[in-house]
Design a protein around this ligand. Structure first.
Ligand SMILES: [Zn+2]
Length: 594
């Protein structure tokens, strides 16, 4: 997270010229207080993108991309929040201040710095060993001859070889001033089981691929054993304060720029796959550290990409990884596609043949939506001969369709199912709808619609109810006229809002009505989106009568919900009281309305 002081961030927000920044990506023209143009985040013919220099933010009514200057730089230039702040500060000559820290935080940072230094030094040692030591000749031959990787790409990724001795890193590390504890914590050595109190190198006689975080700092290693008897074939750094498999992507430091430029990331399975793809000019390739892609990894990619192509082996493990990806992609603003690799051939194998690069590019560009891929996989493995098999198939298909929502993709997916199951469409539709396990209190479309950045709605959201639309409208009014709205803010309660995100938005506005964007955490996706969207609606300031009318509608809705609850509980005294109150309120609404 950012270490800048809040004042620094405010200064950057105020000091950066949003019109200038955005103009580098799309032509803007003035229209009253705002500037409008074609959206730089989705394809469109008529402008729905607007920038308000006074408030310092942008918003697209088409794809709902929106935020302040910092957010814009993050999204367009593929930078993390602190990096975006720093780059804007540099550009506009704004002085930055860093938060003074808790001594414990300071200490943890210092320690991570030490461990990082140990890892970086060891990476350099392994790399030099690969190129210089005669004992690494076999590994070098494997990489260059068998895997077809050139020296340039190997050096670019700092690939190395860990010597077979038990104590190369242990002795060198200590000589360089690192303690045994530090080397242990960095995952470079391990405790001996046989001789308590002694230690030895973790990686021995292995090709070492240094794993870096997105800023290029070495956090660990993936190491491949040589020869058929090496066990395990791949040995990774242990989970530690430096290395967490679930939020690391191999190659992200090199792929980050190309991903941000093209909007696409390609996810493969192995270290050598990444190297082979980069060598072939597909520089947006990264690898997962294991088979399943995690929500953290998708979030990391979401900072740079709009589209993620999973180019994983078509074997069972790869397939399951992809299916899991669909489940975790729900809230990420990402379009997930699958390029199924031919059986028994990984991307690195493919690149070995002369036509490999062309074949792989073709596979990538022909990638299908994850949902379509999923439906195909279920149908392929389905037992469609027996009634119970067909039943089970529909049960498996239901959650896939439920996660898709209405779209063209859904239509074509349905078509696949009709064709295969040979049952009437109405029957299948009903069957899929009926197995729908709907939870209540899901976020409403109104305030938390996410978007994949390409103008198509993320499918997991349900429609907002009329009640929720009225609540959203109320929040827009409060924002449009903070002074007039104050008495209503006092009268409104969380009970007036019927979904968690609307409730949270209301609670945020109650505390921050005068400047709702200030202090809003950018990484709090739903709340951030809701507030930015409200702000961008830029509602006309309401008249007093209008505010009052709207307030009554909300209060009526709340009472109706309460009445339903009282009826459900059979609380007759409360039912009578609520009915009377509600009757009076409805009369007053009717008289105003008419
Ligand atoms: Zn847009």
């Amino acid at each position: 997270m950012s270490r800048f002081t809040p004042e620094t961030i405010e200064r950057v927000r105020d000091g950066a010229d949003i019109v200038e920044i955005v103009s580098a990506h799309t032509d803007l023209r003035r229209q009253g207080e705002r500037f409008v143009g074609l959206c730089p985040f989705h394809d469109e013919r008529t402008p729905s993108f607007s920038v308000k220099p006074r408030d310092g933010f942008y918003y697209c009514f088409g794809c709902e991309a929106g935020g302040d200057t910092i957010r814009f730089v993050q999204e367009k230039e593929g930078l993390a929040f602190p990096d975006a702040v720093e780059s804007l500060a540099e550009r506009y000559g704004i002085e930055v201040e860093v938060e003074t820290e808790d001594p414990r935080v300071e200490e943890a940072r210092r320690r991570r710095g030490r461990l990082g230094e140990a890892l970086t030094r060891v990476a350099a040692f392994y790399e030099a060993y690969l190129w210089e030591a005669p004992k690494a000749a076999r590994a070098k031959r494997y990489l260059t001859e068998e895997r077809g990787l050139g020296e340039e790409v190997l050096r670019n990724f700092g690939v190395g070889f860990a010597p077979s001795a038990w104590d190369s890193v242990l002795t060198r590390g200590q000589r360089a001033g690192f303690s045994v504890d530090e080397l242990l914590s960095a995952g470079l050595i391990q405790r001996s089981q046989k001789t308590p109190g002694s230690h030895y190198d973790r990686f021995r006689a292995r090709i070492a691929f240094p794993v870096r975080d997105h800023r290029g700092r070495v956090v660990g290693f993936g190491a491949r054993g040589m020869g058929p008897d090496a066990k395990p074939k791949y040995l990774n750094s242990p989970e530690s304060e430096m290395y967490r498999k679930s939020n690391t992507l191999y190659g992200i430091d090199r792929a980050r720029g190309p991903i941000a430029r093209g909007g696409r990331a390609v996810v493969v399975e192995g270290y050598t796959d990444v190297l082979a793809l980069h060598q072939a000019g597909i520089e947006e390739a990264v690898a997962v550290m294991g088979t399943a892609i995690t929500p953290e990894q998708l979030k990391l990619l979401g900072g740079y990409a709009e589209e993620v192509v999973l180019a994983l082996d078509a074997d069972r493990a790869g397939r399951e990884a992809m299916l899991r990806a669909q489940r975790v992609s729900g809230s990420a603003r990402l379009r997930l596609l699958v390029a199924a690799m031919p059986e028994g051939e990984d991307p690195a194998d493919m690149m070995l043949s002369p036509s490999g690069s062309a074949r792989l590019r073709k596979l990538l560009s022909g990638a299908v939506e994850l949902g379509t891929f999923h439906v195909r996989a279920i149908l392929e493995n389905a037992d469609l001969e027996t009634p119970s098999g067909r039943d089970q198939t529909l049960d498996e298909l239901a959650p896939v369709f439920q996660s898709i929502g209405e779209s063209i993709q859904r239509q074509s997916m349905f078509q696949m199912v009709f064709d295969k199951l040979d049952a009437p469409p109405e029957f299948i539709e009903r069957r899929i709808r009926e197995s729908r396990p709907r939870s209540t209190g899901a976020p409403s479309t109104d305030s938390s619609t996410t978007n994949d950045g390409r103008g198509t709605q993320q499918p997991t959201r349900r429609e907002a109810t009329p009640q929720e639309r009225r609540q959203f409208q109320m929040l827009a009014l409060l924002m449009a006229a903070p002074a007039e709205a104050r008495p209503y803010v006092e009268r409104l309660t969380a009970e007036h809002f019927s979904s968690p995100i609307l409730r949270r938005t209301f609670e945020w506005l109650r505390e921050h009505l005068d400047d709702p964007l200030e202090g809003l955490a950018e990484d709090d996706g739903d709340l951030y989106n809701a507030v930015v969207r409200l702000k961008a609606l830029d509602h006309e300031p309401p008249t007093a009568a209008n505010l009052d009318f709207r307030w009554r509608l909300l209060d009526r809705d709340r009472m109706q919900r309460e009445l339903r609850a009282a009826e459900a509980e059979g609380d007759s005294g409360r039912i009578v009281a609520l009915q009377r109150e509600l009757g009076e309120l409805k009369d007053s609404i009717a008289s105003r309305n008419g």
